[in-house]
Ligand binder design. Sequence first.
Ligand code: GLY
Ligand code: MN
Length: 464
Amino acid sequence: MFDARIYSERRNRLKTQVGSGLVLLPGNDESPMNYPANTYHFRQDSSFLYFFGLDQPGLAGVVDIDGDRDILFGDDIGLEDVIWMGHLPTVKDRAALAGVGTTRPLAKLEAALKQAKTKRRKIHFLPPYRAEGARKLGAWLGIPAKDVKGKASQTLCRTVVAQRSVKIQEEIDEIEKALAVTHDMYRAAMAMTRPGIHEYEIMGRIEGIALARGCRPAFPSIVTINGQVLHNHGYGNVLAEGRLLIDDSGAESPRGYASDITRTIPVSGRFSPRQRDIYEIVLKALETAIRAVRPGIKYREVHLEAAGVIASGLKSLGLMKGDPEAAVQAGAHALFFPHGIGHMMGLDVHDMEDIGEGLVGYTEKLKRSSQFGLAYLRLARELEPGFVATVEPGIYFIPPLIDKWRKAGKFADFIDYDKVETYRDFGGVRIEDNVLVTADGRRVLGKPIPKTVVDVEAATGTGA
Ligand code: GLY
Ligand code: MN
């Protein structure tokens, strides 16, 4: 946990910004995998973690704005739990670590909320993202579980997003701790990359590094020679000579902060000339995008700049044609770069996506585009100092998409489909870094992980 003062300050800001009523922030509970005692890894709710810092199940926080008081609801564990699970400090002692002076048994929460309701006090809560969370909130608040999400407080959602978007130094330090582990995960993945090894051997090793350093994987790792499948979670392939391996993985620090890095590694240890051409375009798009990051710029502009680099680069290879700027405007480049340039990152890899991607990445004035590709951009709004975002351009050859667009004659003025056909089995390239927006620009977080052609080749098991 951070110092108790940090959590108290965060809750005090919440009180000022939400204005009145009660804020209810439930923590997560254990979630059974295949029978009640065999549970998934416990992951605390990120907003509960942000405002109360406690990483155990069975807790709920209430910020009583009008009474200027914070209350932690939870139960002390009994002897049976001590026997099976070990000692856990009392709720009172745990609350003190978060700067909370008042505690109550969990069974008192429903009555406390009922009383607030009868007094017509507003109860603010965030939209639940787990079925259990919706059921629990519904029971406490006396509303059907299916209606809970729709009754979430927009004021609270906006306030929490505004507060969590700007990271303090302690949070940046956590992200950099996760990145230090991620650095070693990548050095190991690169050293292991060679023909004949399975994807799961690399995945197991890198996730093992995260675990062996007191971290966890921040999300299911992507370790695949089929990088054209964007969120590929299969690990069964044998790495074959001539393929590219996409490794998109990250660590979650002990305090819950994520990293999210991607590198593309040639299985043979050397990029073929064709692979190098595509790789250099993606690297240029990454570097251009990173250089563009600064306070005040819309992330959509950064996305479009990267898309412009990709369209120009693909034109120079004969895969695209016509005016690259017009191609990007029309969305033709999205055949190759169908996702967004990046997303916010913090306690969640896609930070606060449970509260609402639209609230995190867009504003009242800046609406999401409906254009294929641009529509997947998670972060489009103006950047502010303290934001941490991923920058992750890519180029992919996705056979079903190519076939569909070709058949429809889509963007035939901008795409040379005969040439694209010769890249059909290419796979994909993505390179991703994590960037902090500073007062006058940006800082790429973490110790550098090889990303130039020369450095990646030198880091592979069979490379230079
Ligand atoms: N690292 C996976 C993603 O950003 O979606
Ligand atoms: Mn990412």
